[in-house]
Design a protein around this ligand. Sequence first.
Ligand code: TXA
Ligand code: MG
Length: 546
Amino acid sequence: METYQTQILSPNEETIAIAKEEILSGGIVGMPTETVYGLAANAFSSSALLKIFEAKGRPQDNPLIVHISGYEMLEQVTSCFSETARKLAEAFWPGPLTMILPKSDCLPCEVTAGLDTVGIRMPSHPVALDFIRACGVPIAAPSANLSGKPSPTKAEHVLKDLNGKIRWILEGGECQVGLESTVVRVEDDKVDLLRPGGITVENLLEVVSEVHVNDGVFAQLKEGEKAASPGMKYKHYSPDANVILVRGRLNSFCRYVQEHMDDATGVLVFDGEEKHFNIPCITYGARKDSAAQGNRLFDALRELDEKGLKTVYVREPDQEGVGLAVYNRLLRSCGFQVITAPRQKPFIVGLTGQTGSGKSTVCRLLQEQNMKHIDCDVISRKVSEIASVKEQMMTLFGKAVFDEEGNLNRKALAKLVFTDPSEMKKLDSVMYPVITKQILHEINRYSEEGYEIVLLDAPTLFESGADRFCDYILSVIAPEKERKQRIMKRDSLTEQEAENRMKAQKQDSFYKERSDALICNSGEISDLEKQVSEAAGKIRENANGN
Ligand code: TXA
Ligand code: MG
């Protein structure tokens, strides 16, 4: 194989002409798309197509996707564009949808690996469209990674995998979707999902009445079983480390990792969870944000290799929407190794929310539903009376936060920390470790007493890291105006003082991203009661399930 000095080209008329020259003279080029970077070749050149398989180390029975820049290219690639295909194209092209359709006679067998169907897609990335249009031929392109490695979502990833094997990589920035296209086989009006991606099942169902999800999306092929899509056969998206998907809530996950880790173990977790681990830790998007997870996943898998880890435990993503694609890629990158972390009793419900949101009312209503209460405010108060804690506070804040008898002056302390975040941090560093110990103590006690469900009521559940004890998290939010009024009344504060206190509070989105359920308290008690009773039902359901 020839070797080259691989270069990343910033896209403009001139560099696109250079890349086009490479394609039309039978070469291969790294090309950005909105899903992942592709390794492009003229779809009609058998010798160029063979170079793709060689550069990637890809098995030749795995067919390539053909990319077009406009509908005028269609008849060169497919012999039959059905009504259903047309409807799907109208809805999702240009974009991350590949359709498997009957191939045209002029396509060489290297593209389709001898099958009589071909995968076709019109990408939406402007550089891809400009480039294909400039080439004037349909472009065959698999993902531009070494076979078996995570797909590239940045030009540097392509460089890392294919350095010396190709002349040019067109720069297109970070891929917006970050996962390969959704692949559907379209036969007459039947739509079979072979690979989930950025276009979700829900999206497809807005256009067609039925979508059949192929078994290969969730499970490994059995010995001798024929793959609907040859790509299903191969190990994929795999970092060097042994990746294991761990099913279960954050608390079970943490416990499992704690019990199984050694000095070459790391974790792949959701944004904001890194504080729970003192081993190498990489994040891949917020827990409730599948699109962000999709966008981050492959980059995160590549980062794992840079850390030289042997075993990596991964938090399991939700499977809704784009989450299905995230889950599917993770299943493959871990070679279908999924472990369920055992759950312990009691079922712990974290209850948190903005100050003045009505969290205490929600808590009271839930206690009426036979849930045992751990009040972190009470714990915090007790902890601040402990002699060693008081000593530390004296060292950090001085006499100003104590009265003449040496008792903590809570109002003075509150004023100090609510106006200065760095003072708040200092206070947290003294209080949180002791509070955590106390929480664990209470959980153990209720566990021994046989309680099924315990409410862990903590205004700073996430900030303190106490979220890791929870099986389920319920957050209470309320409109700003309502909250201000409630705080002023409850703590006899002036408007200014209430506003200061609210400034330290997180926005609604903070709670939305991190919670299993939200209660929005508009101030109407009957509405609140209804929401709480629904939440209690959901909590029970979860506590009884797995
Ligand atoms: O987003 C994407 O689709 C990216 C970018 C570059 O467009 N491309 C991509 O290509 O992911 P590749 O080769 O890594 O994956 C193509 C998948 C493989 O699993 C292959 O088996 C399947 O599509 N495929 C291609 N042609 C097929 C056919 N005729 N029948 C069934 N599956 C097919
Ligand atoms: Mg690929």
